[in-house]
Design a binder for this molecule. Sequence first.
Ligand SMILES: Nc1nc2c(ncn2[C@@H]2O[C@H](COP(=O)(O)OP(=O)(O)OP(=O)(O)O)[C@@H](O)[C@H]2O)c(=O)[nH]1
Ligand SMILES: [Mg+2]
Length: 297
Amino acid sequence: MEDLEALRQKVLKYQLRKAEKGAEGYTRILLQLFGSAGHGKSSLINSCKYVLEGTKFETPAQVASGHQSQGGLTTCRTTYVLTDTITMVDNRGFGKMDSYETEEIYAQLANILPLDETVSWNKPFADIAKSCLMNSEMTYTDLVVPLYVYSAEEGLDKSRAEEIKTFLTNAQRMTGFLPIVVITKTSCEKVQQVHQQFQNIGIESIFKVENYTPNNNSKTLGKDKQFLLILTEVLSLVDFRMEQHIDLKVEHNKRLQDLVIMANDREVKKAIEDTIRKMEKEQQNKKPEKKAWCTLS
Ligand SMILES: Nc1nc2c(ncn2[C@@H]2O[C@H](COP(=O)(O)OP(=O)(O)OP(=O)(O)O)[C@@H](O)[C@H]2O)c(=O)[nH]1
Ligand SMILES: [Mg+2]
């Protein structure tokens, strides 16, 4: 128990040291959650608050009732203050996880999008570029730590894991942190396979949890400890990063450049794909004429 209380106090009392370079240094840790719809992001926030704050289970972050939810309940990037220093940020879950959705996450992680607003998955390149320009000075004092939530029930094969690797590598480019992975819904056989795949793609901080939910919130020592260990891992990563003496402004601006390049690449790729599709359609439309000519000859 003492062990558990020590972890709790460590999280509650943690304060950011002033960075040596950059204007004011970091003032807040934003623990930004992301992942597919229904994988347990909101439940993870509720679980962390439950463990840190008190005895009564509540659902400040709205969670679908019943276990079979397909997700899609959360549409806003809502902030939940956990301590004086740490704020958790909920997210809209991916549907297709296509380049528009992933690009939105990169923009969130680069901290150029306003918090507590509805998440749109269809931002055109011009909007991303505009946000970069407008926010180049404002938001580099938040330290954004990326946390990817993945349900074990989904399973994970090698080719999907490789796609996720590319995505998480870009998330690292946007934040300077290799994302933490939290595997949820772990009472199923696929959990070991999923864990192994995340290890194979190089993720260092992987946690397996059963969230506290409206249907299942009896406290256990093991569960409480898991959530506290996730939060203390966040603090260890932050401490490590603060030791690097990073120039906040330079780093923020570099991220914005990367973001614009990625958004532009996506638009170019889409334009090429659209052109190819159009040409293929035109070819197909020409085919019957050719066939008629062949039959005649
Ligand atoms: N068994 C089990 N159920 C979970 C766990 N985490 C979440 N759930 C259930 O899964 C469903 C979706 O959980 P949410 O926390 O709402 O997931 P989300 O990622 O926020 O989903 P959306 O915001 O709706 O896209 C709910 O019915 C939860 O009760 C878990 O670790 N174990
Ligand atoms: Mg949610």
